[in-house]
Design a protein around this ligand. Sequence first.
Ligand code: SAM
Ligand code: SF4
Ligand code: SF4
Length: 346
Amino acid sequence: MTQAPRHHGQLLDLVHRPARDLRISVTDRCNLRCSYCMPFDHYVWIDKKEILTFEEIARLARLFIDLGVGAIRLTGGEPLVRANLDVLVAQVAGLPGLNDLSLTTNGVFLAETVDALAAAGLKRINVSLDTLDPNRFRQITKRGDLEKVLSGLFAAKRAGLHPIKINAVIERGVNDGDILDLVEFSRAHGFAMRFIEFMDVGNSNNWKSERMVSKADILAVIHARFPLREVGRAQGTAPSVDYEFADGQGDIGVIASVTEPFCSNCTRARLTADGKLVTCLFSETGHDLKSWLRRGAADEDLRQFIRGVWSNRNDRYSEERLEALYSIEGYQSRDRKKIEMISLGG
Ligand code: SAM
Ligand code: SF4
Ligand code: SF4
């Protein structure tokens, strides 16, 4: 096969945002049932034959890189329920032009997979962990075993992954009392905490603004115990606003999608497990890239499809939500039928 030329001009959307990051959902399936994400016992999963193969994912990843993507995150659903994920990591990590490959996982299967993932080229990882209390962990995740996540985190450290970030979604009345425990734990072990405002992603998590703990409230709790200095957003565009501890022992970040939306700098494309290109976390539909792929489209046809979708993008859902939250009518999360987080790749 002839190698496609590597530079295809900068791809910009309608408000001049480039496609710089790609989040790839490798499966919609998950072994947990987090209350803020997929709270129901049963879901209708994507038919296995509709799920992209590793070769298909790696090909699409290469085409996105041609169009300017430099960072790829593998996610889900739970990416580690997909067998042999290290094989995909090796295929993607070796793509010329990729600067950053990461994985977001709930950590349950991390201890037994992390050595193979690191050997395949994974350098860093985000592990979701909302509490260090085993009972509350079980309450939030329904099926999870905290010990397995902790041993996964320490195995990732032994395997040399860096940074290891811990993502915690903070929900009022559920784990807002766990913020300092998580900070102390991450400082003690060299992990980087990332707190996330509870978002109204999908339709099933019964989101209400009262259940969301704002960035300002999260920071106030931490700052009172561990004084912080603002560092800002990495590259000026990252979703997380970062802070370092005044005593120099590590840093934390807060992703304030609700109270401080960052749509104007959003450079993130998403690929669902069944090959749909999604331009916003709150989209109602995706664009069916897989059909083209499986009909035998050439690389340039697929790039043209991606260009067509991205160049028509004007999403700014979180900014619209904030405007609505402050409006007289208020904001009703269920007004539109969004794609569920498990299909999207958070
Ligand atoms: N299963 C993996 C995990 O939990 O890390 C990867 C997929 S999960 C959908 C990706 C991230 O989305 C997790 O860090 C999770 O905490 C976050 N997330 C899920 N639902 C959310 C919500 N309603 N608000 C904010 N973040 C959410
Ligand atoms: Fe599964 Fe991750 Fe969603 Fe929890 S946040 S239900 S682990 S996909
Ligand atoms: Fe990007 Fe959509 Fe989130 Fe705005 S709401 S930051 S456009 S994913």
